[in-house]
Write a protein that binds this ligand. Sequence first.
Ligand code: A3P
Length: 323
Amino acid sequence: EKEEYKETYQKYNEMLQTLPKGRGWMSQHVLQYQGFWFNPDIGLKGAMLVQNHFKPRPTDIFLAAFIKCGTTWLRTLMFATMNRSLHDISSHPLLNTGPHGCFPCLDTHNFSDCPISDLEAIPSPRLLATHIPYPLLPESVIASGCKFVYIWRDPKDVLVSMWYFLNKLKPKEQPPLSLDEAFDLFCKGISDYGPFWDHVLGYWKASQESPDKILFLRYEDLKREPSVYLKRLAVFLGQPFTIEEEKEEVAQKIAKFCSFENLSNLEVNKCGVQQFNTEVAVENSNFFRKGQIGDSKNHLTNNMIEHIDHITKQKFNGSGLIS
Ligand code: A3P
């Protein structure tokens, strides 16, 4: 491990033995750290590195979400919107790099080959993605005055999307997780970055207190009216579409370019691989499955649907997040 991380690494190793363990979806187990569940390797290391070594800038813009809520999509929308004066759609970097190549994820940093200090070389304003729950963010990040764009989604669709995705990434020698098991774990909050509901509520409450700092988006809204929400996003990012751009329908063009249909059919997303660090590589095609609202109804029983809806109502009751 790098010298600068020695203390954090030691703390990490000591904690590994003491943290509560739960059944993992992809890894053998997940560990409960400060109220949330983490993959011991990728998630926990990443969160601890951010907590102890990340140097925020007031101009940083974070894309935050629970997993499988639409990060891949929003990443491309944010990147294409922020850099629209630099790149024409016909020769756009997203045509060749894949969504995850356009800006880094904080959570995949580790103590050896992918140090968090790498992020210091990125010019401002930095675009950075994270799954770290709001209460676990270091105080320095909040105090820096940086902005967050948060996206969430119907938990039933999140469960199904996660179940497919993490089973694909699971080592072949381990048996796949059944949907019944995944459902059970998800409802108990035991999953990478879970509980889902606490993750959403953390950012939601913060966005209520600082709406100019946290833009709260819902996958379903973005899917139904992409250019409406893209325009809101551009205003929030401080780069509103100009009258000239409105006339040229630039927002609609970006939304079309970043649509599931377009991106999932690009060669780079059918065959390319995203190397997050020397240990973690994911085929880009795994980030594109159906891209639809409500696919969970094709997988979950009525009882399962009712149960998740019941938890959502209970957890979100009084928060103003659902009516
Ligand atoms: P499904 O598994 O329901 O299809 P994340 O990017 O946070 O990992 O979320 C992945 C989910 O977003 C997957 O959902 C994936 O298919 C969907 N997705 C990926 N790109 C998309 C796009 N451009 N538009 C809409 N949905 C997209």
